[in-house]
Design a protein around this ligand. Structure first.
Ligand SMILES: *[C@@H]1O[C@H](CO)[C@@H](O)[C@H](O)[C@H]1NC(C)=O
Ligand SMILES: *[C@@H]1O[C@H](CO)[C@@H](O)[C@H](O)[C@H]1NC(C)=O
Ligand SMILES: *[C@@H]1O[C@H](CO)[C@@H](O)[C@H](O)[C@H]1NC(C)=O
Ligand SMILES: *[C@@H]1O[C@H](CO)[C@@H](O)[C@H](O)[C@H]1NC(C)=O
Ligand SMILES: *[C@@H]1O[C@H](CO)[C@@H](O)[C@H](O)[C@H]1NC(C)=O
Ligand SMILES: *[C@@H]1O[C@H](CO)[C@@H](O)[C@H](O)[C@H]1NC(C)=O
Ligand SMILES: *[C@@H]1O[C@H](CO)[C@@H](O)[C@H](O)[C@H]1NC(C)=O
Ligand SMILES: *[C@@H]1O[C@H](CO)[C@@H](O)[C@H](O)[C@H]1NC(C)=O
Length: 469
């Protein structure tokens, strides 16, 4: 009897069965460079193919389409007169069905008024990631929030984490923060997402301008506190990694000059500090494109040809036309003959670093600095020097410097996860901070070589039930 019903059940099931398709056929972008784009950039067939694949990958991972087609990113006409920290727009309930978010998290997005490196206001976007059961800050009984500063996603409007399926840093930090009960307020730095003022004038992302990214962090949190006045505590922690680590350190320097009430501390993971020293070691190929593009707006009289050759400028033009981010940059920025030799030692770059440097300046902490010894992007000797310089000049600096043996760039956030989560919990609990300028060196429990070194996974949206069985 049981066998018969089982067979009947199977038969019914088989009858309803539909063909399944492999994930790789479900990409929703079919972008292809035009002949004229390929000719202008001077790509051979291999490079053109690789750029096409990378652009399709990036566009498939836009949860809400192009930022240029999404009315959310359009700045209201009345924004220009609003002071920094104003809320310009609130999308209370973002449809999460196209994001690769953890279950039982929710998303909002806001436009807010930030301020540029030079002072004037600039509109920007941010996402707010909501836990199912937020922690409450004991001081106010309201939700505890963490301002999150992401690492490099690119420099064009399309490279905004708030429209990328995995919100760019996924389980490396923001998802973990939300799952641990913190409301995550995460700006797309100015120029990402919103790339025009209401009047149509272009807003360029001032890449690695630490003080302006710090403005974005503070102002996004301020705007979120205004938008959800009854829910969010006025107390908050800031955290960032890489470009965002530079933002987080910049926030500590800003706090020493322009204190914001409610600031409980900042975490700078693999932080950008002294770009000249950094580039001198890494010679990272995306920096001259990314920094040069922003500097044309930040430093009057600057021409990107100071950093790039004519061929480099043609690549940047193409890169901009397609709105390419890090995946696209990888395909075109490793070629020969794109940069001026030692572009990072030019006077313009020195002037930029002068305006944006982290380290050797007063901070208002506490600040936890996380650094891996095997970081190829932000070398540990550069971070060491920035910490040393700060502590030599200001021995009372509330810096806790935590170094992780063998950890690389983004993976240091995984090695150190316990440390930073405890540190955030301690700030909300009002626990005492470590003595000024402490340094801790952590080694793994088991043989270093036995650990998975790199982030070797990416999230993909499940489109069919068999994929999440
Ligand atoms: C590419 O996709 C768009 C939108 O889905 C569609 O309209 C267009 O026909 C496709 N083009 C090609 C060449 O497949
Ligand atoms: C195409 O160009 C790239 C970058 O310049 C080069 O590395 C590669 O060898 C070229 N491929 C062919 C088939 O010429
Ligand atoms: C600005 O305009 C928006 C509509 O675009 C409106 O909702 C908002 O109330 C206005 N804000 C101010 C301060 O006038
Ligand atoms: C557009 O607005 C921005 C910000 O208010 C302002 O700096 C810029 O000069 C304006 N551009 C034009 C063409 O009016
Ligand atoms: C979210 O978007 C999906 C896909 O477009 C749609 O099916 C669903 O109804 C939307 N949900 C809400 C609550 O609007
Ligand atoms: C750059 O590196 C060289 C050695 O490779 C060193 O001599 C020089 O002082 C460094 N310059 C800066 C600005 O760090
Ligand atoms: C930048 O410099 C290049 C090369 O010298 C020149 O062709 C171009 O016109 C300059 N751009 C601007 C905006 O001055
Ligand atoms: C950097 O700043 C210092 C002091 O603020 C100034 O004396 C120096 O001339 C600046 N250097 C450059 C290249 O702008």
């Amino acid at each position: 009897m049981a066998l018969i019903s089982l067979l009947l059940f199977w038969a019914a099931f088989a009858f309803a069965q539909q063909a399944i398709t492999p994930q790789s056929n479900t990409w929703n972008s079919n972008f292809s460079l035009s002949r004229s784009q390929i000719a202008r950039a001077g790509f051979n067939g291999t490079t053109a193919n690789n750029v096409n694949v990378a652009v399709c990958f990036e566009r498939t991972n836009w949860a809400t389409g192009s930022v240029h087609d999404d009315p959310f990113y359009r700045v209201p006409e009345n924004a220009s007169g609003m002071p920094a920290g104003s809320v310009l727009k609130v999308e209370q309930y973002t449809n999460t069905s196209a994001f690769t978010m953890p279950p039982n998290t929710a998303l909002s997005r806001i436009l807010f008024q930030s301020e540029t490196l030079n002072g004037p206001t600039v509109p920007a976007s941010a996402f707010v990631l909501w836990p199912w059961m937020p922690r409450r800050d004991p001081r106010t009984g309201k939700y505890a929030a963490v301002g999150w500063g992401h690492g490099t996603s690119g420099v064009f409007g399309e490279n905004a984490p708030s429209h990328i399926r995995n919100l760019w840093y996924q389980y490396s930090a923001p998802y973990i923060l939300a799952l641990q009960g913190y409301v995550v307020v995460a700006p797309d730095y100015a120029g990402l997402g919103v790339d025009r003022y209401a009047n149509g004038t272009e807003i360029r992302h001032a890449y690695l301008s630490n003080p302006s990214h710090a403005n974005d962090l503070f102002r996004a949190v301020e705007a979120a506190q205004k938008a959800w006045r009854d829910d969010l505590s006025k107390y908050f922690v800031l955290m960032g990694h890489s470009q965002g680590g530079g933002a987080a350190w910049g926030a500590a320097q800003r706090q020493a000059k322009r204190p914001v009430a409610g600031f409980l501390g900042t975490i700078a993971g693999s932080p950008v500090t002294d770009l000249v020293a950094q580039e001198n070691v890494t010679q990272a190929a995306n920096l001259p494109f990314y920094i040069g593009y922003g500097l044309e707006q930040t430093l009057p009289g600057f021409n990107v040809s100071e950093f790039l050759t004519a061929k480099g400028v043609r690549h940047l033009d193409l890169f901009r036309e397609v709105g390419g981010g890090q995946s696209v940059a990888l395909q075109i920025d490793s070629q020969d003959g794109l940069f001026q030799p030692e572009w990072w030692l030019t006077p313009y770059m020195q002037a930029f670093v002068n305006l944006t440097r982290n380290g050797g300046l007063p901070i208002e902490g506490p600040m936890l600095v996380l650094q891996g010894t095997a970081d190829p992007a932000v070398p540990n000797q550069v971070t060491d020097a920035a910490v040393k310089k700060t502590c030599a000049a200001y021995p009372g600096s509330q810096i806790e410097y935590a170094i992780f043996e063998g950890a690389t760039h983004v993976p240091v956030l995984y090695a150190s996860q316990r440390i930073w989560l405890d540190w955030i919990a301690d700030r909300f609990a009002g626990r005492e901070t470590a003595a000024p300028c402490t340094r801790s060196f952590y080694s793994p429990a088991r043989k270093l070589a036995s650990y998975q070194t790199e982030l070797e996974l990416y999230l993909e949206l499940a489109t069919q039930p068999y994929e999440v069985a």
